[in-house]
Write a protein that binds this ligand. Structure first.
Ligand SMILES: [Zn+2]
Ligand SMILES: [Zn+2]
Length: 129
């Protein structure tokens, strides 16, 4: 499955559809505008130039968010604090929605101490994606 940023200079390929998609309301996720699917690193190929942003406003910093420097679309993030952890997240909004049809979407609320799953939907159920 192949997805692209808005200007199409960055391409992200994944070898299979994500098992589920997380839409989270934390500051990081809302600012990046991403809906995350999770993969092992070898499952993801990113081509084209990306830049990363590591936020510096938290006590505990562990994510680098990547984006296209031309159009600003967020493409993926990696956990730099745990490089041994073979997991990364891809912004599934890069992919055609039709290709994601039927995948479970989990809506997460992180305004408190822990994640609360407030709702579950499916791509194509008529709710916003
Ligand atoms: Zn772009
Ligand atoms: Zn989040």
């Amino acid at each position: 499955m192949k997805g692209q940023c808005l200007c199409r200079k960055v391409t992200v390929e994944i070898d299979e559809a994500p098992e589920y998609i997380n839409i989270c309301n934390c500051r990081f996720c809302r600012s990046l505008g991403a809906a995350w699917g999770y993969f092992r690193k070898a499952q993801v190929t990113v081509t084209g130039e990306t830049k990363s942003y590591r936020r510096d406003d938290l006590d505990e910093i562990f994510l680098d968010g990547y984006f296209c420097p031309t159009c600003g679309t967020c493409t993926h993030y990696v956990n730099f604090a745990q490089p041994e952890r073979d997991r990364m997240a891809v912004n599934t909004r890069l992919f055609e929605q039709d290709e994601l049809d039927g995948i479970e979407v989990r809506y997460l609320d992180l305004r408190g101490e822990d994640y609360i799953r407030t709702a579950t939907g499916k791509i194509g159920d008529g709710c916003a994606f």
